[in-house]
Design a binder for this molecule. Structure first.
Ligand SMILES: Cc1cc2nc3c(=O)[nH]c(=O)nc-3n(C[C@H](O)[C@H](O)[C@H](O)COP(=O)(O)OP(=O)(O)OC[C@H]3O[C@@H](n4cnc5c(N)ncnc54)[C@H](O)[C@@H]3O)c2cc1C
Length: 482
């Protein structure tokens, strides 16, 4: 069946889909599909149908069906991605993992969990907590995003500074390949011979196959935790303090920065106790043995004071600590309340370049007349400038995307990267030549072609669009084909 005839033959296609996942497992009318044409990014494209498999066998049957019908397909977790990874750019099937959401095993003796991809991130840590264990990658979206989506994007979070990102916590996968074959990679053992296929699939943004089971590491919850809030008169001072803390070979569990616009938005939305006149705050979390934390906290306070901190406060209770974190984790939502739309940029720079890059971002804000809030995993040098704009204003949307591209260019120029954790998707694919040579990209293309020669598995992601490299054009509402 040719791709172009799939739309006209939609009722037959839907009937075949229903034969695999049941009537309640398919959405195909326009009203329902409208809810699935976007994720947390700026682009949109409507699928032909959304399907909700409940088993690996069903996922494999869906992939084989897509091949028979010559339609593309895209995996979706919770759709909180910020680079358009789960948007079905070329239409086709959107395969939602929302109903493959079982925690299959918490293996306490081996510090492992086996889960289906639709498990919500926070649920895994909650399930591990009674055993004194946690699942470390903790994106700020962890109440909603799924472990499968985390694997797709190689997600990070505040606590990945000390413990590493999703790839460091994923040791085995079950995958449905683009020909429908089911394979497993890795396992519960520490190392497997042969190529590191698990590493290849983590962060591949659903472009090489569909993950149907994940074996994750679990990490013991630390004996003690201490959370500090340091208040600074300028963003430059706060970022210099970040470099000083890491330079002193102290690696906190988390080291987060928020600027004044973010602080004010949080205090307006759900007060966390941040001072609204501070130009920047650092939220520092230490984990370890009770005895060592007091000394570490003192050293951090001293380093902050040496970089002009106005005050350093240590949370005195679990309640106070939870409030400080609720502010940080709710920061994006709080910004959403002070602007019609915001565009989240995600880049990484060497920590020592943070002060200069943040100055440059403020310069772009003035130059382009757009407010930019900064809230980010400073310890990793992972920036998240949020550009505030109105998506109903096409000119402003265009300028916003230009600012995003400029920020990416700045990150690349100082030796940084295009994504710390949100992936490339269909947002930054045309910027890939900023950090990769043609030869680098060709090797990646060869891997893609080897596994997905027909390019039906999440097409239009990661790789630059021919003829459009380094152009960032406004692309809202552009559903391509059917
Ligand atoms: C408010 C907010 C805060 C955020 N904070 C952070 C943060 O701190 N750190 C961070 O890293 N990210 C953050 N994000 C981004 C986002 O939450 C993460 O990228 C998350 O991992 C996406 O998970 P998801 O389940 O929503 O996946 P989706 O957005 O649905 O999908 C993400 C990608 O994974 C692929 N995928 C999903 N499931 C599968 C599967 N089973 N098999 C193969 N591929 C699959 C999709 O095709 C897509 O390419 C934030 C987002 C928001 C809205």
């Amino acid at each position: 069946m040719a791709a172009t005839s799939a739309l006209s033959a939609k009722p037959e296609l839907v009937a075949e889909l229903e034969a695999i996942v049941g009537e309640a497992g398919v959405l195909w009318n326009d009203y329902d599909l409208a809810l699935y044409e976007y994720d947390g990014s700026i682009d949109k494209s409507r699928p032909l149908a959304v399907v909700f498999p409940t088993s690996t066998q069903q996922v494999s049957a869906l992939v084989r069906l897509a091949n028979r019908w010559n339609v593309p397909y895209t995996a979706r977790g919770a759709g909180t991605g910020l680079s358009g990874g789960a948007i079905p750019r070329d239409g086709g099937l959107l395969i939602s993992f929302a109903r493959m959401n079982r925690i299959l095993k918490i293996d306490v003796d081996n510090l492992r969990a086996t889960v289906e991809p639709g498990v919500v991130n926070l649920r895994l840590s909650q399930a591990a907590a009674p055993y004194g264990l946690q699942y470390v990658p903790d994106p700020s979206s962890q109440k909603a995003c799924t472990v499968g989506g985390n694997v797709g994007e190689n997600s990070g979070g505040p606590h990945t500074l000390r413990y590493g990102v999703t790839t460091n916590h994923t040791i085995g996968l079950e995958i449905v390949l683009p020909d429908g074959e089911v394979i497993t990679t890795g396992g519960k053992a520490l190392d497997e011979p042969g190529y590191d296929l698990t590493g290849l699939f983590v962060g591949s943004e659903g472009t090489l196959g569909l993950v149907t089971q994940i074996i994750s590491r679990l990490v013991p919850v630390a004996e003690a935790v201490k959370t500090l809030l340091a208040i600074f008169p300028t963003v430059r001072d706060a970022s210099a303090a970040v470099a000083a803390i890491i330079g002193a070979r102290i690696v906190p569990a988390a080291l987060e920065m928020m600027d004044n616009l973010t602080i004010r938005a949080i205090e307006l939305s759900k007060p966390a106790g941040y001072p609204i006149d501070a130009e920047a705050v650092l939220l520092v979390e230490l984990e370890g043995l009770r005895d060592e934390l007091d000394e570490l906290a003192d050293r951090i306070a001293t380093l902050c004071q040496e970089h002009r901190a106005l005050s350093v406060r240590v949370a005195q209770s679990d309640k106070e600590r939870a409030a400080l974190w609720a502010g940080r984790k709710g920061a994006f939502g709080a910004i959403g309340r002070i602007t019609p739309d915001y565009y989240t940029v995600d880049g990484v720079v060497p920590r020592s370049r943070l002060p200069d890059v943040l100055d440059q971002i403020q310069q772009y804000s003035r130059e382009f007349g757009l407010r930019i809030a900064n809230v980010f995993h400073a310890g990793d040098g992972n920036l998240h400038p949020l550009v505030l704009f109105d998506a109903d204003d096409p000119e402003q949307t265009k300028t916003t995307l230009e600012v995003g591209a400029k920020i990416m260019q700045t990150c690349a120029e100082v030796g940084g990267s295009l994504s710390g954790e949100h992936g490339i998707g269909m947002e930054k694919n045309d910027l890939m030549p900023l950090i990769f040579t043609e030869a680098d990209l060709e090797v990646m293309r060869r891997v893609k072609r080897a596994l997905d020669p027909e390019e039906r598995c999440n097409p239009g992601k990661v790789f630059p669009t021919p003829g459009r490299c380094l152009e960032m054009l406004p692309r809202r509402g552009a559903a391509v084909g059917w």
